[in-house]
Unconditional design. Structure first.
Length: 402
RNA sequence: GGAGAGAUGGCCGAGUAGGUUGAAGGCGAUCGCCUGCUAAGCGAUUAUACGGGCUAAUACCUGUAUCGAGGGUUCGAAUCCCUCUCUCUCCGCCA
């Protein structure tokens, strides 16, 4: 199908290019003849007809290319051979576990109850001010979220070698197409009326598109970027799922890791990127496991994905907190991001990777739940205390304030 | 938001009465020469993409396209017309 279209396009291209070649040379000839004062009427007439033909050919080719392009944009990426094959998440493969879920001598509360009792989260007023699936962070809750953002950014920039970017939080449709959100997933995003702008669902979009339409010198690779951004997701089709708490919001914060590298090392880079994200959970001493998504659970654009799942006591399960993927050249083709091989030669597509390092809302939820005490207070993880001005504990307010 | 100016090759910068301009000149870069070394000097080369041919080939030959983007006029457009985008200056506004 694709092959046939492509061949027909190429054939037509040859024909039209021959005609253009003739037009160019004859036009030049006409110029010369006119200068010499000779009659050129016949040639002009002939060229008029030829130009018309060329116009028709160009139109045909354009139509074929558009059709071809549409076909291409709707095709998902090919899964990597190392991932488990299966129809859905039941076939995902657990790679490893880290830490041991704490044994609570009391029934652990869900984070939204803790947050409301501590007066650091306010879902009700967010519902009034905006709507469902939004939250206010308040007092030490806001402080905790802010501390986590800085904590993550510092580790990734200082220890893991990522260069920080603060991206635009809106992007145009071309960028959304480049990373694979468009055209297929338009309903998952917030589109700004009367514009070509979308609120970003993840910093992956602006950061990956940073190098769109560029040819990078191979010496510059690999490129590592880390970016904090809020993320906006319409969560279409998620009615009734995770309706309470911070797990599934229309807006949440995230620190995102993005890599660009030559094809040869992209799987090595995926392991490193995943390990970088894991570091955050380890420093926060949050139990988690790493899962390799099966072919059926894999996203549209990814070739291989590791999910990091953090332990949430009130759920009694692990929940996704980071998703680390290798897109191979899928995004690079769409966004036309290439590199020139060190030895010279034709530009090749880079491989792109990204992963959350980490999603903030879920991290906050995990800290509240895993570090809760019987009286409803929260112990701040050791590693985070410098970012909290030395605060060790978030205690319930003496009197209910509002 | 109002008024004006502009967008040319890695960079700077020519080129508007449409016709060897893929594009002068300069800088930079590369190669060679020269020179005890360095500097200077001299010579040559110096865009990219996509096709076709020939191939071991990213080499070579050849075609097409590209002077912000898209469309139009014309036998022929960097040069004329329209639309859009972006940049700059002034005013207004604003964090």
């Amino acid at each position: 199908m694709y092959k046939r279209q492509d061949e027909s396009r190429r054939q037509k291209l040859v024909v039209v290019e021959q005609k253009k070649s003739r037009r160019n040379s004859v036009s030049e000839e006409i110029g010369r003849l006119k200068k010499a004062g000779q009659n050129t009427e016949d040639l002009v007439l002939e060229m008029r007809a030829l130009s018309q033909e060329i116009k028709e050919h160009d139109e045909e080719i354009r139509a074929i290319e558009e059709e071809l392009n549409n076909t291409l944009l709707a095709i998902p990426n090919l899964p990597h051979e190392s991932i488990p094959v299966g129809p859905d998440d039941s076939c995902n493969r657990e790679e490893r576990q880290w830490g041991t879920p704490r044994n609570f001598p009391f029934p652990p509360k869900p984070h939204w109850e803790l947050g409301e009792q501590l007066d650091i989260l306010d879902f009700e007023r967010a519902g009034k001010v905006t709507g469902t699936r939004f939250a206010f962070y308040k007092g030490l809750g806001a402080r905790l979220e802010r501390a986590l953002i800085n904590f993550m950014l510092d580790i990734h920039t200082n220890e893991h070698g990522y260069l920080e970017l603060i991206p635009p939080f809106m992007v145009n449709s071309q960028s959304m197409t480049g990373t694979g959100q468009l055209p297929k997933f338009a309903e998952d995003m917030f589109h700004l009326e009367n514009t070509d702008y979308y609120l970003i669902p993840t910093a992956e979009v602006p950061v990956t598109n940073f190098y769109r339409e560029e040819i990078l010198a191979e010496e510059r690779l690999p490129i590592y970027h880390v970016a904090y951004s809020p993320c906006f997701r319409a969560e279409a089709g998620a009615h009734g799922r995770d309706t309470r708490g911070l797990i599934r919001q229309h807006q949440f914060n995230k620190v995102e890791l993005v890599k660009f590298c030559p094809p040869a090392n992209s799987y090595e880079e995926l392991e490193k990127l995943t390990a970088n994200a894991e570091t955050i959970l380890q420093r926060l001493e949050l139990p988690y496991r790493v899962v390799c998504l099966s072919s059926g659970d894999l996203g549209f654009s990814a070739a291989k994905t590791y999910d990091l799942e953090v332990w949430l006591p009130s759920f009694g399960t692990y929940r996704e907190i980071s998703s680390c993927s290798n897109f191979e050249d899928f995004q690079a083709r769409r966004a036309n991001i290439r590199f020139r091989p060190a030895g010279g030669g034709k530009p090749e597509f880079v491989h792109t990777l990204n992963g959350s390092g980490l999603a903030l809302g879920r991290t906050t939820a995990a800290i509240l739940e895993n570090y809760q005490e019987e009286d409803g207070s929260i112990t701040i993880p050791q590693a985070l205390r410098p970012y909290m001005g030395g605060i060790e504990r978030i205690a319930p307010p003496k009197e209910a304030s509002s």
